[in-house]
Ligand binder design. Structure first.
Ligand code: HEC
Ligand code: HEC
Length: 476
């Protein structure tokens, strides 16, 4: 694979270009007034920080605004060039993989790719702490639940926020003092002192705590949980689903059809959209296809086992090493593996799903319809998903029993009709399109919040129409 093919095309619709040009112009005015900071030297860095300008900052407290500055600061990586926003781009509901097209993110060094897809970081404010048995499944079985990352290794947003800075395939800083030195030299160092105290930079570990707390505060704001989708408007009685969207919702929740809501939780009765986060934070093994485009997967002995390899952040030594020389290859203490949790990953929210491609922890699906179709045909037509029809090829055989094969939509067998017809899959996808934030009810003059991707910019640009859908061509 060459880098040329690994990158997304930067072609953008004219409106975005205009916004960015305006932001860049504003940036130029600023340059004349302030001394050149490192970020302004490099066009790419300037581009990332320009994304921040699209966010309405008027409602943010000083601490939250500091979190925003840190989030969009691409000089905090080693070498400079990658910010949180590179992989969590506000135009894609805070996903983006630093613009690769291979389902996983590129770090600050030009040839260093991760092994997982960057999930959306919206709607995380109420994520519970990780617990091995905090959820109860339909059959009464206790399930692991909560935490951040696909394997829940961080308990809180604060704990999470310390990690990417030191991850060698993300921002790659050598240690805490190296990171804090950059923050202390930043254009917002004064604001940092104003919020956290004049002496905050004296102790690197304390300062790292302040960096993490600022980022977490920003991630808990309305910017990340606007509840402004069509679904939310319908819940509040301010809009109506189309017939197809309503059919999709019914299929999504019906236990004998999609049964999606078993894990992607919905509460349509409450009228309160905050009760519908489209995740119960539980861990499950879907038995996904192995992704051939993840560079690390060229090694057949590499397998991402998810939850059973979870090393809690508190134990991994990363970002805890003030004044020490702990590196990104910090001491990882062994944790007891529970084989029953191998292959399990956290259920993500489906809010904004139409703009967060690719899908799943390994980014194996580029297309939302494929992700939904996988549920319907994994067990009836395995040859469609797995080479030679050999199921669960991203998981060693000894863990195959961790994959659910009994509950809908998985209870069908080869040669049986799929759990969902083509039309029903279309209906569910149409419903999923109502989960994109920034919906303006017909006739309203309210502007779409500029932080959100408009459908025209999204990777799955058009809601399915029955006329052009693959269903009408008779294929899955
Ligand atoms: C190079 C890409 C990259 C950068 C830079 C990056 N992230 Fe991430 N982020 C990821 C990936 C990939 C994951 C999933 C990793 C995993 O589960 O092991 C992730 C996961 C997360 C999560 C957990 C979401 C959940 O499941 O609850 C949060 C929160 C987050 N990132 C915030 C940040 C913040 C804050 C920064 C900047 C300090 C940042 N990220 C920088 C790629 C990136
Ligand atoms: C038994 C629990 C469960 C059920 C039922 C379920 N899902 Fe999921 N879903 C998950 C988990 C867990 C993941 C993440 C799996 C992974 O990446 O390894 C996921 C991921 C997804 C994703 C990708 C999300 C992303 O951000 O990458 C989509 C889309 C999705 N599910 C849609 C659906 C639909 C539609 C249905 C119903 C047809 C459904 N799910 C039923 C647990 C479930």
């Amino acid at each position: 694979m060459t880098l040329g093919t690994a990158y997304r095309n930067w072609g953008m619709p004219p409106r975005v270009r205009l916004i960015l040009t305006m932001a860049a112009l504003a940036g130029c005015l600023l340059v004349t007034a302030t001394p050149l900071s490192r970020a302004q030297d490099i066009p790419h860095l300037q581009f990332i920080s320009a994304l921040a300008d699209a966010i309405d900052q008027t409602q943010l407290t000083p601490r939250e605004r500091l979190g925003l500055r840190l989030f969009f600061d691409a000089s905090l990586s080693e070498p400079a060039g990658v910010a949180c926003a590179s992989c969590h781009d506000p135009r894609r509901a805070f996903t983006g993989n630093n613009n690769t097209m291979i389902g996983v993110a590129l770090g600050s060094r030009s040839d260093q790719f991760g092994t997982r897809d960057a999930p959306t970081i919206m709607y995380l404010a109420t994520t519970p702490r990780f617990s091995r048995s905090g959820a109860v499944d339909l059959d009464g079985k206790r399930l692991p639940v909560g935490g951040h990352f696909w394997d829940g290794r961080a308990d809180t947003l604060e704990e999470q926020a310390t990690q990417p800075f030191f991850n060698a395939v993300e921002m790659n800083n050598a240690n805490t003092p190296a990171l804090i030195a950059k923050v202390a030299k930043s254009a917002y160092a004064g604001a940092f002192r104003a919020v956290w105290g004049e002496r905050i930079f004296d102790n690197a570990e304390t300062a790292l705590g302040a960096v993490a707390a600022s980022l977490a505060a920003f991630e808990r704001t309305r910017v990340f949980q606007p509840f402004s989708s069509k679904f939310d408007h319908v819940m509040r009685g301010q809009a109506k689903f189309s017939e197809q969207e309503q059919r999709g919702l019914n299929l999504f929740t019906l236990r004998q059809k999609g049964n999606c809501a078993q894990c992607h939780t919905v509460d349509t009765a409450s009228g309160n959209p905050q009760k519908s986060l489209f995740t119960d934070f539980s861990y499950r093994a879907l038995g996904l296809p192995r992704s051939q485009r993840i560079p690390r997967n060229a090694d057949p002995s590499f397998v991402d086992l998810g939850l059973c390899e979870r090393v809690p952040v508190a134990l991994n030594g990363q970002g805890k090493a003030a004044g020490s020389t702990a590196t990104s290859a910090a001491v990882v203490r062994p944790v007891a593996q529970d084989p029953a949790t191998c292959g399990l990953f956290k259920t993500p929210t489906l809010r904004n799903i139409t703009v967060t491609a690719p899908y799943m922890h390994n980014g194996v699906f580029d297309d939302l319809r494929d992700a939904v179709t996988f549920y319907a045909t994994r067990d009836t037509d395995p040859a469609r998903w797995f080479p030679a029809g050999k199921k669960f090829n991203d998981l060693p055989a000894r863990y195959h029993s961790n994959v659910d094969v009994d509950n809908p939509p998985y209870q069908r067998r080869p040669n049986q009709p799929p759990q969902l017809s083509n039309e029903e899959i279309d209906d569910i996808v149409a419903f999923l399109y109502t989960l994109t934030d920034g919906y303006a009810p017909p006739g309203s003059t309210r502007a779409v919040p500029s932080t959100m991707v408009t459908p025209a910019q999204s990777p799955n640009p058009k809601p399915p129409s029955t006329a052009s859908s693959p269903a009408s061509r008779g294929e899955y």
